[in-house]
Design a binder for this molecule. Structure first.
Ligand SMILES: Cc1cc2nc3c(=O)[nH]c(=O)nc-3n(C[C@H](O)[C@H](O)[C@H](O)COP(=O)(O)O)c2cc1C
Length: 189
C-alpha cells in the first residue's frame, strides 16, 4: 500500500479536523502518517524535525495543510517548507503526488494564496499536483462549497466546519490515495 503523509500545522484545531478527515478518506487505500508541525519543531527559527522530513521521503503522496495566516501559510508551515531545501536540491520528492487544504476565519480570507503556495512548493520539488475534481456549486452533497479547485479551502460557519467541508477533505484524501495507488512511481528513498 502507498504511504500518504499528511503534513499540517494547527493551533485551534480546525486544520487538524481537516487533516483527520483527509486520513479517513484515504483509509483502506493507503497507509497514513499524520504529522502535525508543532512550535517545538522549530529551534532558533529553524525547523528541526528530521523524522517528519524522512516520513515524506518514504511517502508516495503528501497532503499539505495549514490555516491561512495573513494571506498565506502559517510561519510554522513555512519553516517546515524551508527545511526541505536540501531535498529540493536533489529533487528527492520528485513525482510524489501532492495536494493541499486550508482554512480561514472568512469565506474569502485569501485561502487561495495558501493553496497556491502549496502548489508552488510541490512544483519546486517536482511533485505532481492534485486538485479537486468537484465543480463548486454543482455537487449534490455540497462538497467544494467555496468552489476552490486548486485544493480544499474552508471556513467555519457558526463556530464549526460544515459537514460538506469535512466531506470534501475526505474526498481529497481518497483522491490522493487513489492516485498514489495507481501510480507506478516509487518513492526515491
Ligand atoms: C495570525 C493570524 C492570521 C490570520 N489570518 C487570516 C487570514 O488571512 N484569512 C483568514 O480567513 N483567516 C485568518 N486567520 C484565522 C485563521 O485562519 C483561523 O482561525 C483558522 O481556523 C485557524 O486554524 P486552526 O484552527 O487549525 O489553528 C488568522 C488567524 C491568525 C491567528
Amino acid at each position: 500500500m502507498p504511504l500518504l503523509a499528511i503534513i499540517y500545522f494547527s493551533i485551534s484545531g480546525t486544520t487538524e479536523t481537516l487533516a483527520h478527515a483527509v486520513a479517513r478518506g484515504a483509509a483502506g487505500m493507503a497507509e497514513i502518517a499524520l504529522c502535525r508541525i508543532t512550535g517545538d519543531d522549530i529551534v532558533s527559527g529553524r525547523f528541526r524535525n528530521d523524522g517528519l522530513l524522512e516520513t515524506i521521503d518514504r511517502a508516495s503522496a503528501v497532503a499539505f495543510g495549514s490555516p491561512t495566516y495573513m494571506g498565506g501559510p502559517a510561519a510554522q508551515f513555512k519553516a517546515f517548507a524551508d527545511a526541505s531545501s536540501e531535498r529540493w536540491s536533489e529533487q528527492r520528492w520528485a513525482n510524489k503526488i501532492a495536494g493541499g487544504f486550508t482554512t480561514g476565519a472568512c469565506a474569502a480570507g485569501d485561502q487561495l494564496h495558501t493553496l497556491t503556495y502549496f502548489s508552488i512548493l510541490a512544483a519546486q520539488h517536482g511533485m505532481l499536483w492534485c486538485g479537486l475534481d468537484i465543480p463548486g456549486g454543482e455537487d449534490p452533497a455540497g462538497r467544494n462549497r467555496l468552489g476552490s479547485q486548486l485544493g480544499l479551502a474552508t471556513h467555519p460557519v457558526g463556530g464549526a466546519l460544515p459537514q460538506s467541508d469535512v466531506s470534501t477533505a475526505e474526498y481529497l484524501g481518497g483522491r490522493l490515495a487513489g492516485l498514489a495507488a495507481r501510480s507506478n512511481l516509487t518513492p526515491s528513498s
